[in-house]
Design a protein around this ligand. Structure first.
Ligand SMILES: Nc1ncnc2c1ncn2[C@@H]1O[C@H](COP(=O)(O)OP(=O)(O)OP(=O)(O)O)[C@@H](O)[C@H]1O
Ligand SMILES: [Mg+2]
Length: 289
């Protein structure tokens, strides 16, 4: 793994906000930063659409975007080493290749394209959970500091890399960590069978405590708030994210087999949470049958 944070820039405001976030994290982690701008040239290579001067002006724009990104980093974190990479090709594929052995990949939630009401662009959706390291999607528009990191867990080994990332971020920032486990009734019970709710609540509390125990031991200075409740995970995590600086989820969870690309909670959170989100890939992601 190379010690470098990769950030995608396309000239949009969310892309530049991603640069600012990545600069702060590069400073925290003591690693260099690489800004990557991918020029999508193929639409302009069709003679009927446009001539070669289009491609030239796109490249010139990309250079300006990268220079602006560098300026943001120098102003915000002057000690962070920053480099720039101009690529041609498909943005998501090029970013995935750049991040294949990087410390993490940072992108904005939206870019220059998309439709007005979209909360997430296709590039950010396409890279989350698709590279070995964490993918941070920078969504928040303000720089309010809450002093809290939220991590979602479900007791499965799939969330261990997310736990590692969340504890590290909390430790580096001196923030408290809210560990959220939202559980629901098995379908048959919800349909009218009776059960001992108290026993179920206690069992789920135990699941969370057990998963947290080794991390608490490794990072004793991190103050942990254990938040176990019977609720929908996406709704609960999105609400917790409103009072947090970063929401950390795994790419998959307990029911990993049902979702090849991204689990339903990570997908839901990417769409519904309003805060910055880190999606950390599970060590063993399911492969198509
Ligand atoms: N060409 C690119 N080069 C580098 N990074 C990019 C590029 N395009 C997008 N990104 C990164 O991905 C983030 C999200 O942009 P994305 O393209 O997904 O959204 P959008 O432009 O609103 O929608 P879409 O392109 O799907 O119509 C950007 O903020 C930026 O960080
Ligand atoms: Mg785009």
């Amino acid at each position: 793994m190379s010690d470098v944070i990769v950030v995608g820039v396309d000239g949009s405001k969310p892309g530049f906000r991603a640069v600012a976030w990545a600069a702060d994290d590069a400073f925290r982690l003591h690693v260099p930063l690489r800004s990557v701008c991918v020029v999508e040239t193929w639409p302009y290579q069709v003679p009927q659409i446009a001539g070669p001067e289009w491609e030239e002006s796109l490249i010139t724009n990309a250079r300006k975007t990268l220079a602006e990104a560098e300026e943001i980093v120098r102003e915000r974190q002057p000690t962070v080493e920053v480099s720039a990479e101009l690529m041609t090709g498909t943005p998501a594929a090029a970013l995935r290749a750049q991040a294949s052995d990087a410390t993490e990949l940072v992108v904005g939630s939206r870019g220059l394209g998309g439709f007005a009401g979209a909360v997430l662009g296709s590039v950010s959706m396409n890279v989350a959970g698709q590279v070995p390291g964490p993918v941070v999607v920078v969504k928040a528009e303000t720089a309010t500091v809450h002093g809290e990191i939220v991590v979602g867990l479900d007791g499965s080994p799939a969330c261990e890399p997310a736990m590692a990332y969340a504890f590290r971020q909390a430790e580096l920032r001196g923030s408290r960590l809210r560990a959220v486990y939202a559980w629901s009734l098995p379908f048959a019970l919800a349909a009218g069978f009776s059960c001992d709710f108290e026993a179920l609540r206690e069992a789920n509390q135990h699941v969370a405590e057990e998963q947290l125990a080794p991390w608490r031991e490794r990072c004793p200075q991190v103050k942990v708030i254990v938040d176990v409740r019977r609720a929908h995970p996406v709704e609960t995590l999105a609400a917790a994210g409103d009072r947090a600086d970063l929401l950390v989820v795994g790419s998959h969870g307990r029911s990993a087999v049902g979702s090849i690309v991204l689990g339903s909670v990570s997908r839901g959170v990417l769409h519904h949470a309003r805060c910055n989100i880190a999606v950390v890939r599970a060590h063993e992601t399911p492969t198509p049958a």
